[in-house]
Each structure stands twice: as structure tokens, then as C-alpha cells.
Design a protein around this ligand. Structure first.
Ligand SMILES: O=C(O)CCC(=O)C(=O)O
Ligand SMILES: [Fe+2]
Length: 669
């Protein structure tokens, strides 16, 4: 991407009205040097110019400002950083065709003009570069990529414009991980490619400001001739977009820019002219860190970032209502909700449980939940009503617990428990055939043993906890937590929880816990109990990319267990996930909702079989990972769970389950 280069037209000493080129240059500089934004009475301006309404006047003025800004000799951010933010505007790339088009519109200065197809067609006649053109062309979903490319290059843009469908595809092209065959590119690579392909420009000051505010570099990309801007944060797939001027001025879709990016959230009850969503960045902001730089964002940084955006948003006419909560709203308006999951399939949606209470917001929450469960398999849960005091008590207990002398830990070794409850040292648990680098205490609902010879072996999973005597307060801390997280007994009398510690590792990316699906039952509610900058958890996307699941304070990460996968006939996948160890130690607390041990696969699929068979099940590289229950290898969920436990904790298997040890351990998943 490059700064706009002056074209012939810019260089020519032409006159516009009574103003010479030099006058225009001075005017443009004066604009940049203004201390306050001039207040325009748009009604008056509209009347004076014979326009039908003030909106047209505002639009026209906006265009002029844009050109004034664009005429400054340099679009370099640093050069413009000292000019007032309010006057910040994206420079228009000057090409003769585009200029002519803009001129046409300016001449009409009117909503009608914007709505007149022939005029708009002329405005769009400039051939777009491939990436951008492809964004509006696509409606032949089955065509090969060569065919698509050919279609793009051979057909004039205006004939090809089929905004909605085409743009959905465009977003897919830009943001979705590549399909399985070529999915091994790093996350975000597509985003970068999309930027590089487009002839977008960097709006100097905005970019500069963002870089300052976020401590990261953003590219601001112009996707059409209007005011649509998309900011891609290269390293973390941030997309922030502003609705284009065309959309602001009329309800017509803009055939040049991806329409459904612009009009992403039709159901939004806020009458916002700017659709701004930025799931990832808002998450990063809330996390207090920015991907790539890992710089801490202090509270006033956040305010700074907001300040940087607000004048810009203001300039393109966003209602105040929306401005106030821009950053917060964006975290709710996930891409998934906005565009049916097409834009960022890698995005892990946040389900705000409080919105499920209100009948007005419930349908949207359910739709988002459907997407989370069927397309992603993971979600963040916010406003979940587990009291922070109870959560914090668990978090605070972890350093003490793991700091106990080894003797105190060994005293409650899991190896001594046929119920797989107690302490496992680093390296003693196996996942995906390899030793994990984590130590953990596993607890479950406190139950007395029920197994005796003659009962299925899996009934031996039920039994008492081993509480470390060196830390007597722990029991009530954990039991309070389990009670709160599971306010009703659900499907089984036994639920499990682990308090996990991943020691720091000098070998970046080593196995904290290997790739796996949670065999443990219904859903897992994971508390990431370390500061937000401590990463490690990753999930496998449908396309086979590992996606970071950074901690978001106040949320649980929810993922689907294997029983739920079976009950939904694989439609809601038990997503494969793993933890990488890193330079910082990490704590987590996964809580596993149990299901009835004697539940059979047949029973589980049960009456919902027909319902779920109508859904297409996407392909997933992870689907084959150790999903014995789904594959129907074992009759009951209890046996599946026992098998997983034995495979993970082999010493226990040998000690307590000799009769099945060989069978379970030797077989492939
Ligand atoms: O520690 C984590 O974040 C995840 C742990 C996990 O996936 C598990 O124990 O099943
Ligand atoms: Fe897990």
C-alpha cells in the first residue's frame, strides 16, 4: 500500500471556479491548520445550493473536505499528526476515472444523484484491481478459482455487481481460513493478502493515531470510492469498518464495496450510520494487551484510542448514541452475528447470557449461540452470574495450592485413586500420545464409591476427592465454585473439575496439553485463571488452523464435550483444542459437566437424530481425534470416559483397571 501519488490532474495549474490550483493548495493547508471544526448549517447550505435536503449538503461538504485533505502534498501520518483530529479524513486516491465520477456526483450533490443508477454506474466504471473487483462479482459459487478470476477480469465491473451474495463471498475470500487443502497458512495471512491486493490507501493521521493509541500498526484500506474504510490489524485479524458514504446517504448498496460488510447488522436496533465492529480489537483492548506488541494498555490509552476514533466517526455522521459505546458495542456485535458467520469463522463468539433474558434480545443471542455451537464449537460466556468473589477465591488459591511442598501434593496423588481424583505431577498425564507439561489437581462432585464386582467398571469412576491436608481451606473454595457454576444438577450426579498449573517453559510452543476433545461429557466451562496476556489455549478451526483463545476477564470459555457432539449427531462438534506452554506460567480451571455414565450412543442420538440429520456437518481435521463415543466404539459414555482416563493416566490404569488396560491403551483412537 502506498500513499497517493499526485496525478496529472493534480499537477495541472487548472482553475476551479475562481480558485487557482495554488489557492486550492492553501485552502487545503488551511483546512489542515484549523483549530476548530467550522460548524456548517446544512439546511442553509442545502437551500443555497438547491439541494433537496441537508443530508445531501452534508454529504457534498464531506466530499469536498475529503478532496481538500487529499490535495495536501503528503498523506504521511507523521506529517499530519499535529493537525486537529476532527479534520482527519481519508485521502481519496486520485485517478482520472474516479475524479470524473466524483465530479459527476458533486455536480448533483443530491440524494437523487446517489440513487440514479446510470450515474452510479459511471461513478463505478473505473476498473478495480482484482481483489477489490472480486469482492463484488462473485455469485458463481461452484466455479473454480481460475474461472472466477477470469470472470472478474473479463466482465465490466458494473455488469457484475451483485452486492450481497458477491460480497459475502468476498469477505470469505478475505477472512476465512483457506479450505483444508491449503489451510496451512498462518492466521491472518488472508487479511494481509487482501490488503496488499487492494489499491487502498493509508489515511495518514488515522493510521498514525491508531499506531500511537494501540501500539500497533494498522493499515487503513479504501475499498470503494466512498468513505468506507476497513482497518486490518495484520497480526490479529482485526477488522474495523465504517459504513461507506453511499450507504449513509441512501439505502442503496454500494456495488464497489462489500455491501454486507457495510450493512452488516440489519437487525441492529440502533439507527447507526456507521457499522463498526471489531471483535478482536475490543477483546484485545479489554484484555489490556494488543496482539503483536503485547504492550499493556493503560486506562488512559483506552481513552486515547476512543478519542482517536470519535472525531473520525463524528465526521462521517454517526449519531451520538452510538458513539458513546462504540468500543463496547463492537464486542457484542460480533462478525458472526452480523454476517451469519461468514466473515470471521475464526472468531470465537461471546455469548452475553444477560441478553438471553430479555425476549427482545433473546433471538439474536440464540442465533449467535447456534453459530457458536455448530460452526465454531467454542464460545466465551459473559455475564454468567457466577459471583466474582467465588471465582476470585479459586484464582487466588492457585499459587498457594501449587506452591505446596511436593510431599503435600504426593499425599493426594491421583495415582492412588481408582476414581482418577487427586494430584498429577508434570509429565504424568498423556494427551495425543505425548506427556503433557502441566500439574493438576482433579476434583469431582463429592460422592461415596458405588462400584462392586458385577457392576460396569466405569462405575468405579465415582468416589471421594482427595483434599490436600496442607491447605484445608481449599475444599470449601472449590465446592462453592462447583455449586455456583452448576446451579442445578445436570444429567449426572458427578461433575469434574481440575485446578491446573502449566509451568513456564523456555521452549516456546511446547505441549502444555496436547490436542484433544473433552471426553468429559456435556460442556466444559473453562476459567482462564492467569492475567490476560498469558496465552496458551488454542482451538482448531474447521479449516485446520490453530486459533488463539486469549483470556477475557469475567468470562468462561465454553466448549462442547463429546456427549453433546454425539447428541447433535456431530453437528455441534467437540472442538479440538490444546494448550501451548510459554514463557509465563499459566493457571486454568476447567469444569466438566458430566453426563449419565450408562448413557448409550443410540440413546444419546435418540429422538434428535432426525432433527440434526437435516444439518450439513462441516468437515474438520479435528473430528477424527479420539472421539470414541461418536465413532460408536463403546456402548456407553461411562466406558468412553473410563477409557480416556486410563489412556491419560496410565499408572492408574495399570493399577486399578488391569482387565481393560491393554485394550484401551493399545488401540488407536
Ligand atoms: O488449560 C486449559 O486452558 C485447557 C485445559 C483443557 O483443555 C483440559 O484440561 O481439557
Ligand atoms: Fe480440554
Amino acid at each position: 500500500m502506498s500513499a497517493p501519488t499526485p496525478t496529472k490532474k493534480d499537477a495541472a495549474p487548472s482553475k476551479v471556479g475562481d480558485l487557482t490550483q495554488r489557492d486550492l493548495e492553501i485552502l487545503s493547508k488551511a483546512w489542515g491548520a484549523m483549530k476548530t471544526q467550522p460548524e456548517i448549517d446544512y439546511e442553509k447550505l442545502a437551500e443555497a445550493c438547491g439541494m433537496t435536503n441537508p443530508r445531501s449538503a452534508s454529504n457534498a461538504w464531506s466530499m469536498i473536505k475529503k478532496k481538500l485533505f487529499a490535495n495536501t502534498p503528503s498523506a504521511d501520518g507523521a506529517a499530519k499528526a499535529d493537525t486537529p483530529a476532527r479534520k482527519r479524513k481519508a485521502p481519496t486516491k486520485k485517478t482520472p476515472a474516479k475524479d470524473a465520477a466524483v465530479k459527476d456526483e458533486d455536480a448533483d450533490d443530491d440524494l437523487e444523484a446517489a440513487a440514479t443508477p446510470t450515474k452510479k454506474a459511471r461513478a463505478r466504471a473505473k476498473p478495480k484491481p482484482k481483489a477489490k473487483t472480486a469482492a463484488v462479482v462473485k455469485d458463481e459459487d461452484d466455479a473454480s478459482s481460475e474461472e472466477k478470476e477470469k470472470a472478474v477480469n473479463d466482465t465490466p465491473v458494473k455488469e457484475k455487481a451483485k452486492p450481497v451474495k458477491a460480497n459475502t463471498k468476498a469477505k470469505k475470500d478475505a477472512k476465512e481460513p483457506k479450505p483444508e487443502e491449503d489451510s496451512d497458512g498462518p492466521e491472518g495471512a488472508d487479511t494481509v493478502a487482501a490488503n496488499e491486493d487492494s489499491d487502498g490507501e493509508m489515511t495518514g493521521r488515522l493510521r498514525f493515531g491508531l499506531s500511537q493509541g494501540l501500539g500497533a500498526s494498522f493499515d487503513v484500506v479504501r475499498l470503494c470510492d466512498y468513505d468506507f474504510l476497513a482497518m486490518h490489524h495484520h497480526s490479529s485479524a482485526v477488522l474495523t469498518s465504517f459504513k461507506c458514504q453511499q450507504h449513509i446517504d441512501s439505502s442503496l448498496p454500494c456495488p464497489q464495496c462489500p455491501t454486507d460488510i457495510c450493512c452488516s447488522n440489519e437487525s441492529d436496533s440502533l439507527d447507526c450510520h456507521v457499522e463498526a465492529w471489531c471483535c478482536e480489537s475490543s477483546r484485545l483492548l479489554r484484555n489490556g494487551a494488543v496482539e503483536g506488541t503485547k504492550r499493556e494498555l493503560a486506562a488512559d490509552d483506552l481513552a486515547g484510542v476512543e478519542k482517536l476514533f470519535l472525531p473520525y466517526i463524528e465526521e462521517i455522521g454517526v449519531p451520538t448514541l452510538y458513539r458513546g459505546n462504540w468500543f463496547l458495542s463492537v464486542s457484542r456485535n460480533t462478525m458472526a452475528e452480523s454476517v451469519n458467520g461468514n466473515l470471521l469463522p475464526n472468531e470465537i463468539p461471546t455469548i452475553d447470557l444477560s441478553l438471553a433474558v430479555d425476549p427482545a434480545t433473546r433471538p439474536a443471542v440464540l442465533e449467535k449461540l447456534r453459530h457458536a455451537l455448530t460452526d465454531v464449537g467454542f464460545l466465551y460466556l459473559s455475564n454468567h452470574h457466577v459471583p466474582p468473589t467465588v471465582i476470585n477465591a479459586v484464582i487466588d488459591s492457585l499459587p498457594t495450592l501449587f506452591g505446596l511442598p511436593s510431599q503435600a501434593k504426593i499425599e493426594v496423588a491421583l495415582e492412588n485413586s481408582p476414581h482418577f481424583l487427586g494430584y498429577s505431577a508434570v509429565g504424568s498425564e498423556m494427551t495425543a500420545g505425548q506427556a503433557d507439561s502441566r500439574e493438576q489437581f482433579e476434583f469431582a462432585t463429592e460422592l461415596i464409591p458405588i462400584w462392586h464386582p458385577g457392576l460396569p467398571l466405569y462405575e468405579r469412576l465415582v468416589g471421594p476427592n482427595q483434599w490436600p491436608s496442607a491447605y484445608p481451606e481449599l475444599q470449601s473454595i472449590v465446592e462453592d465454585y462447583m455449586r455456583e457454576i452448576l446451579s442445578t444438577h445436570f444429567l449426572s450426579e458427578q461433575h469434574r473439575l481440575k485446578l491446573v498449573h502449566y509451568p513456564a517453559s523456555s521452549e516456546a510452543g511446547s505441549q502444555g496439553v496436547g490436542p484433544h476433545k473433552d471426553s468429559s461429557g456435556w460442556w466444559t466451562f473453562l476459567l482462564q485463571a492467569s492475567p490476560p496476556e498469558v496465552r496458551g489455549l488454542q482451538v482448531l478451526s474447521k479449516a485446520g488452523d490453530w486459533i488463539d483463545v486469549p483470556p477475557i476477564p469475567g468470562t468462561f470459555v465454553v466448549n462442547i464435550g463429546q456427549t453433546f457432539e454425539v447428541i447433535t449427531n456431530g453437528v455441534c462438534p467437540a472442538t479440538t483444542h490444546r494448550v501451548l506452554s510459554g514463557p509465563s506460567e499459566r493457571y486454568s480451571v476447567p469444569f466438566f459437566q458430566g453426563v449419565r455414565r450408562d448413557l448409550t450412543k443410540e440413546e444419546a442420538v435418540g429422538t434428535l437424530r432426525e432433527h440434526f440429520s437435516s444439518y450439513a456437518v462441516g468437515s474438520s481435521k479435528g473430528r477424527d481425534i479420539d472421539s470414541a463415543f461418536l465413532h460408536g466404539k463403546y456402548d456407553t459414555w461411562g466406558e468412553t470416559q473410563l477409557r480416556t482416563k486410563i489412556r491419560s493416566h496410565r499408572a492408574n490404569g495399570q493399577k486399578f483397571y488391569r482387565e481393560v488396560f491393554e485394550k484401551y491403551v493399545k488401540e488407536a483412537s
